[in-house]
Design a binder for this molecule. Structure first.
Ligand code: NAD
Ligand code: UGA
Length: 486
């Protein structure tokens, strides 16, 4: 998204026309419901596109303060890359899905308002580096209050600290203008790269509400929206605080599994155990399951770290220091894993990286996305530059974001689309992202063009290590014995 050239929009930003009608099954009829989403990001865009796709009877509008984002959503080149998203957006856009910057008008016309603004880690003041920065969220609450003239259901879609709904209620009811607001928590569990699949067939949809007659009525209305395509048994309800907290806990548990296997990967490297074999043996226990046990260079993405830090901060606020410490360990192991990767590279390449040219295969925080937020590749790049290495970065979708992420760094960094060209003349390849295309490359050809001795550090255990070794590479996987020619 960031820095991406914007194509011309297909639709004008003036789609709040006073004709909320559409042609359904031949007849002209009014939309059953007006749904608004505030925040047209990685969550707001895809979630609303899915509702519009599945529910042509609803009019769905997504608004944002960022006009470039809205222009991109209305163009041929969407602001985010997500497999399958283009088809869904293009099918519904202009029919019952609209993207606009007219926030006030959107609020006035809406029956249900999803709030999907960003909630990053605070960078200033009390709780800096830990707590969630709620300024965007609060601003939205005030905007809703100012513009509303009729009853609204407000849905927390953003990930928020537990008890945020209470603050929302207080802001919304701070003026006595007679408008009623019912606040629901409906956290989003989709993952990037598989977002469309996750939204189409979610493991569960969670709706939290106040347990008052009004709260339950609002909850049932939201349940009805999802019930258009999600089986009822997968739509679960809870009290609003459980719902808010479940989102943080869900991300914390997922990240904890990755940190657990990554911690074990360091022990494997010392003991000739193979982390993939260990993960398989552990994961076949049906009580544990086999997902999220891929050892890696560490987890990235905009949410795991921020949500765990938020959880840690909350625990500390409630005086639960031991609990805070426990969860903080998940983030500490993640940092340790990234640093360990660098130190392994340094050790393997004769204790100096100065002047060596290292090619990063991938920069996105995971495959099938162009998103680089909190990507391990960012900290690895910084550290490599500190060691005075030269970097060549390649990625099929994330090069523009990579350039922006590394803009302030003083060092030799090149960005090259073609992986063959990128690797040529390098001393080492470091695999940062598990893009499928890297498994299909001709590594014999790549080896020929690289400096000798030649190294591969596979931060994702993606490649065929034995084959690479046979070609001539010195191979360093995560949590497995290295294969070297020395
Ligand atoms: P994002 O930064 O991509 O999008 C947020 C959007 O909100 C931005 O476009 C921003 O301009 C807009 N915005 C901010 N303040 C606004 C305001 N007052 N009015 C209108 N628009 C405003 O963030 P995201 O990745 O979509 O995440 C949004 C929330 O969803 C976060 O709380 C995140 O933790 C949560 N979440 C994200 C994911 C994910 O995969 N990215 C998954 C689940 C939950
Ligand atoms: C994660 C959760 O999976 C979603 O349920 C949640 O909605 C979302 O965060 C959010 O709240 O933002 P996401 O970060 O998009 O989704 O992607 P994941 O598939 O969870 O991967 C996160 C990171 O962990 C990536 O860097 C990935 O490469 C890494 N990972 C994942 C591993 O290192 N090993 C694994 O086994 C799995």
């Amino acid at each position: 998204m960031r820095g991406r050239p914007l194509a011309y929009p297909h639709f004008h930003d003036s789609l709040f026309v006073r004709v909320p009608t559409c042609n359904l099954g031949g007849g002209i009829m009014a939309f059953e419901k007006n749904i608004l989403c505030i925040g047209a990001g990685y969550v707001g865009g895809p979630t609303m596109a899915m509702i519009a796709h599945k529910c042509p009877q609803y009019r769905v509008t997504v608004v944002d303060t960022n006009p470039e984002r809205i222009t991109a959503w209305n163009s041929d080149t969407l602001p985010i890359y997500e497999p399958g998203l283009d088809e869904i957006v293009k099918g519904a856009r202009g029919r019952n899905l609209f993207f606009s910057t007219r926030i006030e008008q959107g609020i006035q016309e809406a029956d249900v308002i999803f709030v999907s603004v960003n909630t990053p880690t605070k960078t200033f003041g009390a709780g800096a580096g830990m707590a969630a920065d709620l300024q965007y969220w609060e601003k939205t609450a005030r905007q809703i209050r100012e513009a509303s003239q009729s009853h609204k259901i407000i849905v927390e879609k953003s990930t928020l600290p537990v008890k945020t709904a209470l603050a929302m209620e207080r802001i919304l009811t701070a003026t006595a203008n007679g408008v009623r607001f019912d606040i629901l928590s409906n956290p989003e569990f989709m993952a990037e790269g598989t977002g469309v699949k996750d939204l189409e067939s979610p493991d569960r949809v969670l709706v939290g509400s106040r347990e008052t007659p009004e709260g339950i009525k609002a909850r049932d209305e939201l349940v009805e929206i999802y019930a258009n395509w999600v089986p009822r048994e997968r739509i679960i309800t809870s009290n609003i605080w459980s719902s808010e907290l479940s989102k943080l806990v869900s991300n914390a548990f997922l990240a904890q599994r990755i940190s657990s296997i990554n911690a074990i990967s360091s022990l494997c490297e010392k003991t000739e155990a193979d982390v993939t074999e260990v993960a398989r043996a552990v994961g076949m226990d049906s009580r544990l399951g086999d997902k999220f046990l891929n050892a890696s260079i560490g987890f990235g993405g905009s949410c795991f770290k921020k949500d765990i830090l938020n959880l840690v901060y909350l625990c500390r606020q409630y005086g639960l220091d031991d609990v805070a410490e426990y969860w903080d360990g998940v983030v500490r192991i993640n940092d340790y894993q990234k640093e360990r990767f660098i130190l392994n590279m340094l050790g393997a390449m004769f204790n100096t990286l100065a002047g060596k040219r290292i090619c990063l295969f991938g920069f996105a925080f995971k495959a099938d996305t162009g998103d680089t937020r909190e990507s391990p590749a960012i900290s690895v790049s910084r550290r490599l530059v500190e060691e005075r290495a030269e970097l060549v970065i390649t990625d099929p979708r994330a090069l523009e974001n990579a350039e922006e992420d590394l803009a302030g760094i003083k060092g030799k960094i090149a960005f090259v689309e073609d992986p063959y060209e990128a690797a040529a003349g390098c001393d080492a390849i470091a695999v940062m992202t598990e893009w499928d295309i890297y498994t299909t490359l001709d590594f014999e050809k790549i080896y020929e063009t690289m400096r000798k001795p030649t190294f591969i550090f596979d931060g994702r255990n993606l490649l065929d290590h034995q084959h690479l070794f046979e070609i001539g590479f010195n191979v360093f996987p995560v949590g497995k014995c290295s294969l070297t020619h020395f």
